[in-house]
Design a protein around this ligand. Structure first.
Ligand SMILES: *[C@@H]1O[C@H](CO)[C@@H](O)[C@H](O)[C@H]1NC(C)=O
Ligand SMILES: *[C@@H]1O[C@H](CO)[C@@H](O)[C@H](O)[C@H]1NC(C)=O
Ligand SMILES: *[C@@H]1O[C@H](CO)[C@@H](O)[C@H](O)[C@H]1NC(C)=O
Ligand SMILES: *[C@@H]1O[C@H](CO)[C@@H](O)[C@H](O)[C@H]1NC(C)=O
Length: 431
């Protein structure tokens, strides 16, 4: 009897496998045959109208002589409607490992995951501890110039996302009514292995009904890189891609793009964590943190930076001219690698940021300047460690975020976090 059952079971399992393989093959080949339609209309974007009106009225009230309202939705990249010829690459035969090599022979900077490199490009660490390193989210250093004169952010920001390949239902079902937490991870386009290591570790929590997760990236003019990102997104469906060119001085646009996406597709999420692709996030700890503050409103939690002064030395990447920021010090802000927003402020932050003079330091801009205008409270939360610290399993279980994590280290931290057989012994990941 049992023997017969197990034979049947084996037969059905084999049958299932055949059906699944056939199905997968069929859907991949469909993908090659059916031409992709590029619904890339910024005008069709639902938020667009509302925002344009809002902005136009604000501009008028501010009596700005600058190109009123004409810049929003004004697609500077008119060539973007050109459909790049899609190579008939069979995904069955190509493999995912091919992605990094594509970006390697592009103009992209190599992945900045090496701690020494991070230190070299962060000469001002003392004044700006714990600031983004994934920050090196640049596609071509030489064309990346900071905005040095005051210009309203709306004149730089183009709303909308490439949403075709994202699995919105998985990231944020029913516009977030079930979501306690939406984690949006800003990622540099070339950081393929950083994204993979996150997918294979703490992004696992995204499979929970009450947690949503996705990466946020920009746009590139590099066709090969673009194509590899399209493929990656076809497989994982977790990459939100905004309409700005991905570069270091556009990081603020990336955060705004993130806010826009959350506001448009996930307005009911209770909390939103903004973080970077070189972070380790202790999601269970973060959920506990949220539970203790479930009723809180209009707040940003994180590592609070108080009395920080603008860097006035010309060579720093944190350089800010007097013209751009006249004050002697920034308003209190939460440092960029990870901060938590209550869901109720996302829309306001988005709209107000467009009405604010642009600054490339996204944390100072969003959680400092814009949040102050909106009278949103910024709250110090000790468990956010937006810096790199020597970590023992004991420590990692007690913090929410750790900065400057190499892809390979994600796996150690993940194990240290969850493997209950690991005792609380000092074990530095820095060795
Ligand atoms: C707006 O600015 C112009 C010149 O820039 C000025 O002539 C005009 O009076 C201003 N209007 C208001 C309402 O302030
Ligand atoms: C960046 O772009 C400029 C032109 O826009 C080009 O001359 C330069 O070689 C590029 N740099 C890199 C590192 O690809
Ligand atoms: C973003 O950065 C690139 C290069 O640094 C620049 O050319 C572009 O105009 C910036 N803005 C947007 C909206 O992409
Ligand atoms: C990149 O891919 C997207 C999605 O297919 C497409 O809309 C866009 O035009 C592409 N851009 C370039 C520069 O190839």
């Amino acid at each position: 009897m049992g023997n017969l059952n197990s034979k049947r079971m084996r037969f059905f399992m084999a049958l299932n496998a055949v059906i699944i393989i056939t199905f997968i093959y069929a859907s991949f080949s469909m993908k090659e045959i059916v031409p992709r339609r590029h619904v890339h209309s910024v005008r069709g974007f639902p938020m667009h109208h509302r925002i344009e009106q809002n902005i136009a009225s604000k501009i008028n009230s501010r009596n700005s002589s600058k190109n009123q309202g004409s810049t929003i939705g004004n697609n500077q990249h008119t060539g973007s409607s050109k459909k790049p010829e899609r190579k008939a690459v069979s995904l069955l035969h190509s493999n995912i490992e091919a992605f990094p090599s594509i970006s390697a022979d592009s103009n992209e900077l190599p992945e900045i995951v090496d701690i020494k490199t991070i230190m070299e490009i962060q000469p001002t660490v003392s004044s700006t501890t714990g600031r983004g390193s994934s920050s090196e989210q640049t596609s071509n250093g030489s064309s990346a110039l900071p905005v040095l004169t005051p210009v309203l952010t709306m004149t730089l920001y183009e709303p909308g996302h490439l949403n075709e390949e994202i699995d919105i239902k998985r990231i944020c079902m029913h516009r977030g009514v079930f979501l306690r937490l939406l984690i949006l991870i800003t990622s540099a386009q070339s950081h393929f292995s950083a994204r993979m290591s996150i997918r294979q570790t703490w992004m696992h929590y995204g499979s929970r009904r009450d947690v949503g997760m996705a990466f946020v990236l920009g746009r590139t003019t590099n066709v090969a890189l673009n194509e590899s990102l399209n493929k990656e997104n076809y497989i994982y469906g977790d990459m939100i891609r905004g309409n700005f060119i991905d570069s270091y001085f556009n990081l603020t646009l990336k955060t705004i793009s993130m806010l826009e996406w959350a506001d448009t597709h996930c307005p009911s999420a209770k909390f939103i964590l903004k973080t970077d692709d070189d972070m380790f996030i202790n999601v269970p700890k973060l959920l506990g943190f949220i539970d203790a503050r479930y009723k809180s409103e209009r707040a940003i939690y994180g590592r609070l930076a108080k009395n920080w002064k603008p860097v006035r030395a010309g060579r720093s990447k944190y350089y800010v001219s007097h013209k751009l920021y006249t004050g002697l010090q920034y308003p209190p802000f939460t440092t960029g690698p990870a901060y938590l927003l209550t869901g109720d402020i996302v829309h306001e932050l988005y709209v107000e940021s467009l009405n604010t003079f642009y600054m490339h330091l996204e944390d100072v801009f969003i959680t400092g300047i814009v949040a102050r205008t909106l009278k949103i409270k910024r709250v110090e939360a000790n468990a956010f460690r937006n810096s790199r610290i020597a970590l023992s399993p004991c420590k990692i279980r007690n913090v929410i975020s750790v900065h400057m994590i190499k892809p390979s280290e994600q796996y150690h931290l993940w194990r240290d976090l969850l493997d209950s057989t690991i005792k609380f012994e000092p074990h530095s990941i820095l060795q």
